[in-house]
Design a protein around this ligand. Sequence first.
Ligand code: C2E
Ligand code: MG
Ligand code: MG
Ligand code: MG
Length: 290
Amino acid sequence: RAKEEGRDQVKEYSEDFDRAVQQRFQMLRDLREALDKNQLDLHYQPQLDLKTGKVIGAEALLRWFKPDNSKEGGSYISPADFIPVAEQSGLIVPIGEWVLAQACEAAAEWNRNGHDIRIAINVSGAQFYQSDIVSYVRDVLNKTGLNPKMLELEVTESVFMDDIQHTIHTLQELHGLGVELAIDDFGTGYSSLSYLRQFPIDRLKIDQSFIRNALNNPDDAAIAKTIVRLGHSLNLKVIAEGVETREHEAFLIAEDCDEVQGFRYSRPIPLVKFKSFITSYDGNLSQFDG
Ligand code: C2E
Ligand code: MG
Ligand code: MG
Ligand code: MG
């Protein structure tokens, strides 16, 4: 009996496993097609300076609208679901190049129109190791005419830990182009503080989990405060993500955080909407109270 039960469990397990593998394969095929057919899109989420109230940046976030036969004509697939598949398959390299070109072009245009707004772009580990990211970034800057200091690349701590020497070298080359570098989701990874000094970093991004709980969990509040102090003592800017409420904002002002990003100000929005956001915003953070 026990043996039979065990066998059933193994069977069930391997069927689940097959299904998961097939789903990933299907997703990879669909994603490749989406890239070919131009079904990927970028949304932009504003980043604001807490002292001046100004919009100083925007993070570009990938969106995949997958057409189907439903009433809505399709649905959005979360990057949290498809980025890992893209990374494992190497498809992240052409996708990442598309993101970079697209986002830099957008930023070059709003800079030409007098808005000093930096563009922040997520770069995953695979892009560091599978492509010549340095020459690609250089080419995009040349083609778009974007001022390098208006481009920021966001990397997570895991990227740093893969191959320290290679990472330091690549980051130094990117920094040499004049591009800014930020550590995303800071506080959730394992980067050692001594390494932090060796990387040419400009900005720390406090992970949103600490902000979400800062007001009711003293440990999370303590971590958020510590990241601000750490950043400032290393001469880095500190930005908080996941800022949803006025209370979150008040906490961050009190802790002397430099910049904020989150649903309180705006969700990630299509380019056209982002342009109207920057022209209609009056530069006063209290505009978001209502
Ligand atoms: P991330 O870089 O940490 O991006 C921040 C995520 O938090 C975004 O999710 C954003 O929509 C969400 N967010 C922003 N403000 C708030 C808030 O106030 N509350 C809450 N609950 N969430 C907020 P999204 O767009 O689903 O992206 C998820 C992740 O996918 C990103 O995390 C990033 O790691 C990855 N990703 C997105 N676009 C790209 C890309 O172009 N390239 C690469 N390599 N990764 C990307
Ligand atoms: Mg990011
Ligand atoms: Mg993040
Ligand atoms: Mg710098």
